[in-house]
Design a protein. Sequence first.
Length: 231
Amino acid sequence: MGQFLGWAAASGYGTMRGANKAVHFAAALLLATPVAAETVRVVALGDSLTAGYGLPESEGFVPQLQAWLDAEGVDAEIVNAGVSGDTTAGGLARLGWSLDAETDAMIVALGGNDLLRGLPPAVSRDNLEAILSQVTGERGLPVLLIGLEAPGNYGADYQAEFDAMYPDLAAEWDALHVDSFLGSLTEEAALDEARARYMQPDGIHPNRDGVGVIVAAIGPRVVELVDRADP
């Protein structure tokens, strides 16, 4: 189009008046036509909480988050890269094929299975830092890092070290951050009531309603993530 406009302008107004009118019309049409925004592709790297363990496919975290974003008019596609049982080491090991060339942003929600296995927080931290190094450091992609809160049964030192790694890493890598994947459930109700209302019988994984509460809490942060992305 630029070459055509340059050729028409150099040809003279008197003999090319009709062509110039056509050029002006075409240019105005292009300026008046909105450019369609590209859909932001967000990969959700996580474990069973991300994968939607124990739920019908439509009721898991990713489908409910997608529905929430759609209802909010956010042009984003959430890709489910959650694998049940995955530790931070497992997430790091499969990062290469999860983080494909079409990825514009990433949600990282790992660490629950590290807790269940009592793995040293320093090991979990190293794995998460390696993930952030590849996603943000090498690819320059924005990340939303979602943490978990350690129980007290491993001791106060373990609890403090585990809980601190998420905000520390988020600050270090300029990532968006949510304190706890499950934290919003106990904001809605007392602990025992939250377990009864929002958790599956295993007491570890949220049910459909629990996922809905989680998505309502995390959704606005995902919108911020999408806004940071450059599709």
